[in-house]
Unconditional design. Structure first.
Length: 108
């Protein structure tokens, strides 16, 4: 196989297959140039695809953050408008109690 690729560049061995071997040489050079442009160049297609994937992930994160913002705004509205909700949060999260309540703390 290596001998074949070495001999492909020797045009004296073309014989009656001259056009086929010329096309093969052209195809090899064109493929090499295309590979360099595709993978090595600073502004290559591979980088474009990577950038597109990054942008898709960032858009997904933005949608999640927008959803989280809506949920937090709704929670803030409920805490400011509804005293029972605020009281339940204070009791559960901060262990607040009214005078006379029994508080039991269970450690996990």
């Amino acid at each position: 196989m290596a001998k074949f690729f070495k001999d492909i560049w020797d045009s004296s061995k073309d014989g009656n297959r001259r056009e086929q071997r010329s096309f093969l040489r052209l195809a090899i050079v064109a493929t090499a140039i295309f590979a360099v442009i595709l993978f090595v160049k600073k502004d290559s297609i591979v980088r474009w695809v990577g950038a597109e994937i990054t942008i898709m992930h960032q858009h997904r994160q933005l949608r999640l953050y927008d959803k989280k913002i809506v949920e937090l705004e709704q929670q803030i509205r409920m805490l400011t408008e509804n005293r029972d909700t605020l009281e339940a949060l204070a009791r559960e999260k901060f262990l607040f109690a009214e005078p006379g309540d029994d508080v039991y703390i269970v450690e996990e």
